[in-house]
Design a protein around this ligand. Structure first.
Ligand SMILES: N=c1c2ncn([C@@H]3O[C@H](COP(=O)(O)OP(=O)(O)OP(=O)(O)O)[C@@H](O)[C@H]3O)c2ncn1[C@@H]1O[C@H](COP(=O)(O)O)[C@@H](O)[C@H]1O
Length: 134
């Protein structure tokens, strides 16, 4: 998947300066980030509607449109696919650490203070909250 998104990203960069009369991508760049954001949001809503309606073929088609429009917005924002992959890897690593943390107080080693024992699961939750924020 990352390969085809990288190819699409390069195609978007190549189309950026084409004639807006013939290139949708060039037209989006001409109209600017607000138009790009609007197109991205519209495609996201279409995916959601198709998923709720159980139309998986339409979900596939609209997802491809969604990814195209996301790629256009990345290019406009100066974000490269590898920047996103790096963030995903960082989260994967963090989740790996969170999964190694004890999730049940039953598995915790016995401690003298019940306050400490009660606080331990929050360590895992903090990791997950931090992951969502970034
Ligand atoms: N991969 C895509 C791609 N995927 C989806 N789309 C979008 O496909 C949608 C077309 O579907 P519709 O006909 O339903 O369009 P619409 O939303 O009704 O109408 P408009 O977007 O025209 O306003 C548009 O939103 C496009 O922006 C794409 N447009 C271009 N590409 C690739 O981008 C590169 C540059 O292409 P040009 O933009 O044509 O130069 C090429 O490699 C293309 O293959």
């Amino acid at each position: 998947m990352s390969d085809s998104l990288e190819r699409l990203y390069l195609a978007v960069l190549a189309a950026r300066d084409l004639d807006p009369a013939t290139s949708r991508t060039a037209r989006l760049f001409q109209r600017g980030p607000s138009k790009m954001a609007k197109k991205l949001a519209e495609e996201a809503i279409e995916v959601v509607i198709d998923a709720v309606n159980g139309d998986s073929e339409a979900v596939i088609r609209e997802s491809a449109d969604l990814l195209y429009n996301l790629t256009v917005l990345w290019a406009s924002a100066g974000v490269r696919p590898e920047d996103v992959w790096r963030e995903m890897t960082r989260r994967e690593d963090m989740l790996g650490i969170a999964e190694k943390l004890p999730k049940s107080p039953m598995k915790l080693p016995k401690v003298a203070s019940p306050r400490v024992a009660a606080r331990r699961p929050i360590v895992a939750l903090e990791g997950r909250t931090a992951r969502k924020r970034h």
